[in-house]
Write a protein that binds this ligand. Structure first.
Ligand SMILES: NC(=O)c1ccc[n+]([C@@H]2O[C@H](COP(=O)([O-])OP(=O)(O)OC[C@H]3O[C@@H](n4cnc5c(N)ncnc54)[C@H](OP(=O)(O)O)[C@@H]3O)[C@@H](O)[C@H]2O)c1
Length: 356
């Protein structure tokens, strides 16, 4: 039996769903001679250590027995216990945790991350991380950074590595904004109401302006661009934010919520000038030869691939030297704790198959 030891950072939506998925799959894994143990789980302040791996009662155990920790405590624990086949999972959105990746890799961990920060920080960190991984022969997998579990990063990497020149990638990269514009374009309801619905459904960040600012989509575009060896930074992405100036960062979240109806007039005006055959989509595009990365609201044909999106779906249209008349299209659920956790789980299995 091969045993994998997981240290899980982040036990929120995605992290706790991953624990549940691993627990449910244990028998199936054991039939394939694989045991996945999670001896450490942590949030931003506390960690729970259990040599045999956490059990079904992990939530109550965490409440009762978790302790404040430093990253060095976790490293010491796995060393003292002699654990091998170590994988650290980042199911947080933390920039401070990312700073610990190097130390984790130097101490024997592979890294799997749903957190976009490491891949969208400045190029110096991005390149250094890859040098450290190479030196220590460790893997860093992050398919869930873009499109949740959709195989977008793997696909463009394979095309690029096989010499097929990628020309453009265009799509809807945000599940929350996909929902907002798929709904707003078709229904006769105020924009603020759709946005509130999306927040109530847990699709947006608690402060929906984080989605509307376009920064999350910009990070995803940058991550894809870097996979194609484009040496770019986040500030190279041209972003058309959807947050009106009077409701920007200087306004508190509660003020924004009170004044949310101020969004209705400008968005209605945009919708009013639109022809019946068009719909609104918040689109990310990457033009590889011109190194141009753009995030903006567009009127697209209702009958087009982008125009036909439903619910929280993401879509990516990839034009390459080979796929030059019809794009390669990857489409499907691009957000949600279940698909994202499943994406992390697949990457655990991927690394496990290569470990002894
Ligand atoms: N949810 C989705 O649909 C989805 C889809 C694709 C990608 N993602 C990505 O997945 C990640 C997690 O999302 P989520 O929805 O699960 O978030 P969440 O519910 O807010 O959970 C975040 C977890 O991370 C913990 N955390 C924060 N800083 C930490 C640190 N420095 N060290 C250890 N733990 C820390 C938090 O602990 P505290 O409670 O102590 O703060 C919490 O347990 C994010 O990067 C997100 O962008 C999510």
């Amino acid at each position: 039996m091969k045993t994998i030891h997981i240290v899980l950072f982040g036990i929120g939506n995605v992290g706790s769903t991953l624990i549940q998925q691993i627990e449910t799959a244990q028998q199936h894994l054991e039939r394939n001679h694989l045991k996945i143990k999670i001896p450490v789980i942590a949030n931003s302040r506390l960690a729970f250590f259990k040599e045999e791996g956490i059990a079904n009662s992990w939530q109550t155990d965490f409440e009762a027995f978790s302790v404040p920790y430093k990253i060095s405590d976790i490293i010491r624990f796995v060393k003292e216990k002699g654990f091998n086949n170590l994988i650290a999972i980042d199911a947080t959105a933390s920039s401070s945790l990312v700073k610990n990746y190097i130390q984790l890799i130097e101490n024997g961990f592979h890294i799997i991350s749903a957190n976009k920060i490491a891949n969208s920080l400045h190029a110096e960190f991005y390149n250094h991380l890859r040098l450290v991984l190479k030196k220590h022969n460790k893997q860093f997998l992050y398919e869930t950074n873009v499109g949740a579990a959709l195989p977008i990063i793997e696909t463009i990497k394979s095309l690029h590595n096989s010499g097929d020149q990628i020309q453009t990638i265009k799509g809807v990269f945000s599940g929350s904004l996909s929902y907002v514009f798929n709904t707003f374009s078709d229904a006769d309801i105020p924009f603020s109401k759709v946005l509130n619905q999306a927040t109530e459904l847990g699709l947006t960040e608690p402060d929906a302006r984080e989605d509307l600012s376009g920064k999350d989509v910009a990070r995803k575009l940058l991550i894809l661009a870097r996979e194609l060896d484009l040496n770019l930074e986040l500030q190279d992405v041209s972003i058309k934010s959807l947050v009106p100036k009077q409701l920007n960062g200087k306004t508190t979240l509660s003020q924004f919520k009170k004044r949310i109806k101020e969004l209705d007039k400008p968005f209605n005006e945009i919708k009013d000038v639109q022809s019946k055959n068009n719909v609104l989509r918040y689109v990310g595009s990457l033009d590889v030869s011109n190194k141009k990365l753009e995030v903006k609201l567009e009127h697209v044909k209702r009958a087009s691939t982008l125009g036909q999106l439903k619910g929280t779906d993401n879509v990516f249209e990839i034009f390459t030297e080979t796929y030059n008349k019809q794009p390669l299209v990857i489409k499907g659920s691009g957000a949600g704790k279940e698909v994202t956790a499943r994406g992390l789980f697949s990457e655990i299995i991927k690394i496990s198959t290569q470990l002894s």
